[in-house]
Design a binder for this molecule. Structure first.
Ligand SMILES: Nc1nc2c(ncn2[C@@H]2O[C@H](COP(=O)(O)OP(=O)(O)O)[C@@H](O)[C@H]2O)c(=O)[nH]1
Ligand SMILES: [Mg+2]
Length: 229
């Protein structure tokens, strides 16, 4: 997919401040410093679009960008280094949880995991939470330029093994490096496929005007049915 425009939309402190729900959204989530903003910039093809910071916990806001005037990328605050991090139960930002649970036009979450590290309890917990709350997501292992291919593969295998018990079918797994510019094409292809599925669904429902509008959660595309990867 070609990115013809990438425009900063707004920084929202909470779900109520997010823009209207007219465009499908693709959101990045993961621990602080995992590379969310960098992957967003990689996909957008613009180095300075989302602010990249060497300081963990920098982004506290939901940063929203409109792409090609038809869909959005959402840079969510990271977990793990926020103020509540010392309290085991307060690791995940309330605004993020609200967004993930209630945003009707959230189409897909890219759950980012650092490929340099063995499985981290907080990532395992968060991925299990996503699955338990029926949030559609894929896993993206970041910073693959930092480790050897063998280390990256071993960390991915170990993470998959840690979460396997909770899944009938493991989530799709992608690798990327913002530094080496790897993974852009694959992640944009995921978005393109989801957009095609959403547009097909919209076309089908607009041709049957008597159909009742679906409740919010069901308006999210069925990832199992839609996913071609
Ligand atoms: N080597 C390497 N460093 C990266 C990569 N992606 C991000 N970083 C660095 O990791 C730090 C955190 O990146 P950032 O995108 O701000 O992470 P965020 O907190 O999850 O948004 C910054 O110093 C980035 O330069 C990558 O693919 N490879
Ligand atoms: Mg960031």
């Amino acid at each position: 997919m070609n990115i013809s425009s990438a425009i900063f939309d707004c920084s929202a402190p909470d779900l109520d401040s997010c823009p209207d729900e007219s465009l499908p959204e693709f959101a990045f989530i993961g621990r602080s410093n995992v590379g969310k903003s960098s992957v967003l910039n990689l996909l957008a093809g613009q180095a300075g679009l989302a602010r990249v910071s060497p300081t963990p916990g920098f982004t506290k806001l939901i940063n929203i960008f409109t792409m090609n005037k038809t869909w959005r990328l959402v840079d969510l605050p990271g977990y793990g280094f926020a103020e509540g991090a010392k309290k085991a139960s307060a690791k995940f930002n309330r605004a993020v949880i609200n967004y993930l649970e209630h945003r009707p036009n959230l189409s897909l979450v890219f759950a980012l995991i650092d490929s340099e590290l063995p499985p981290q309890a907080m990532d395992v917990e968060f991925v299990n939470w996503l699955a338990g709350n029926a949030v559609p997501f894929v896993l993206v292992f970041t910073k693959t330029d930092k480790g050897t291919p063998a280390t990256v593969a071993a960390n991915i295998a170990a993470f998959s093994a840690r979460i396997a018990a909770g899944f009938e079918q493991l989530p799709a797994i992608f690798k990327c490096s913002a530094t080496a510019k790897h993974g852009r094409h694959e992640l944009l292809a995921v978005i393109a496929e989801m957009m095609a599925a959403i547009q097909a669904e919209q076309a089908a429902s607009s041709s049957t005007p008597s159909a009742q509008p679906k409740p919010a959660r069901q308006r999210r595309p069925d990832i199992e049915a839609a996913r071609p990867w």
